[in-house]
Design a protein. Structure first.
Length: 355
């Protein structure tokens, strides 16, 4: 089908996923308390909209559910530094090729020369520029590679999304971001961006859910830079989505199958959990690998029966996924309501629970 033919279906037209968002509703800081964010609740059967605080989720979730959370941990991958000439640079670690050797995205990199020694994080971290990559980035070889991860966690910064525009160099903000741009259950280091729907949970909330009898099942999906990649084609079906690494332990896979056998509704915490669950539903084999599953309307969900998610960017693959679950027109109406009620948007913002 050509684009001119598909344009008659608004679900496949990128313009159909745009909405007006006042810039002041883009959250620049997390809420003082994780579980005090606002939560919009959207039942799929009647499309009514209700408003709660997140800590009320314990009472709002039905008894016959299981919660699926992504335990990936964000690598402090943003490095502020300088060249030997004194010129400022900024590097983002993207992919580790071998121990201490990383593909990076670098700002102000035009004058960097092959073999040049670069300094980062107030001279606590050093690297050699090995070669310029096809995408304009650099392959860097870091010194003291055995201790690099420890140094990153001590001195580097969390790679906040581009729509958080406040200064990140203030030490108090750096420390807060390294804690709060992370879920309370983050374990497995490897993400470039956080699974932000999980930000609202606290250990106390999770314990109360367990006491209620709600299974908490962990999966891992390491969120990559592609989560911020813009859709360039007006026909959304032509978009090539990014691949992300996932894994599910044999024990947690057994818990997923048990929950389904018990006819529990699987509630995915975040779009990343959705991607893993729907990948597992399609393959039914293997507990690790790379997924490039691309979910947009119409889509028949196999495993996911509920979704907790933040409010996403217009025209992003994330909003397409949520629209596939809740319906595009219903979702846009919910977003308009969120704007009117001054919900906070994006990574550090509020959330919605679709049941």
């Amino acid at each position: 089908m050509s684009f001119s033919e598909s344009a008659s279906n608004p679900d496949w037209n990128l313009e159909s996923y745009h909405f007006d968002l006042p810039p002041d509703l883009i959250a620049q800081h997390p809420t003082p308390l994780r579980d005090h964010s606002r939560m919009m609740v959207l039942p799929r059967d009647n499309f009514n909209i209700d408003h709660f605080c997140f800590y009320q989720i314990v009472d709002l979730l039905p008894d016959n559910v299981a919660l699926v959370i992504n335990n990936t941990r964000v690598l402090p991958a943003r490095l502020i530094g300088h060249r030997v000439t004194g010129g400022g640079i900024e590097a983002l670690l993207v992919k580790e090729r071998s121990t201490g050797e990383w593909e990076t995205k670098v700002k102000r990199a035009k004058r960097i020369k092959r073999g040049e020694r670069l300094s980062f994080c107030s001279d606590h971290i050093h690297a050699l520029a090995v070669e310029r990559l096809d995408d304009g980035g650099w392959l860097m070889k870091f010194e003291d590679s055995e201790n690099l991860l420890e140094k990153l966690q001590q001195y580097a910064e969390s790679p906040l999304p581009p729509y958080i525009t406040r200064a990140q160099e203030v030490e108090a903000s750096r420390i807060q971001d390294n804690e709060r741009y992370q879920t309370c259950y983050a374990k497995k280091l490897g993400a470039i961006a956080a699974p932000t729907a999980g930000f609202h949970f606290t250990p106390e909330i999770l314990n109360r859910l367990k006491q209620k009898g709600v299974p908490i099942i962990e999966i891992t999906l390491h969120v990559g830079l592609g989560t911020f990649a813009a859709i360039r084609n007006q026909d959304i079906r032509r978009h090539q989505i990014h691949s992300e690494y996932f894994e599910v332990s044999p024990d947690n896979l057994k818990l997923l199958h048990l929950a389904r056998k018990e006819k529990r509704r699987l509630i995915a915490v975040g779009t990343t959990s959705v991607r893993v669950l729907e990948t597992l539903a399609k393959t039914e084999s293997g507990t690790s690998g790379w997924t490039d599953i691309y979910i947009y309307p119409p889509y028949e969900f196999q495993w996911v029966q509920g979704l907790l998610t933040n409010f996403h960017l217009p025209g992003s693959t994330l909003i397409l996924l949520v629209a596939a679950f809740y319906g595009r027109e219903n979702l846009l109406q919910a977003y308009r309501t969120a704007v009117e009620d001054k919900y906070r948007f994006y990574s550090y913002g509020d959330c919605m629970l679709i049941l």
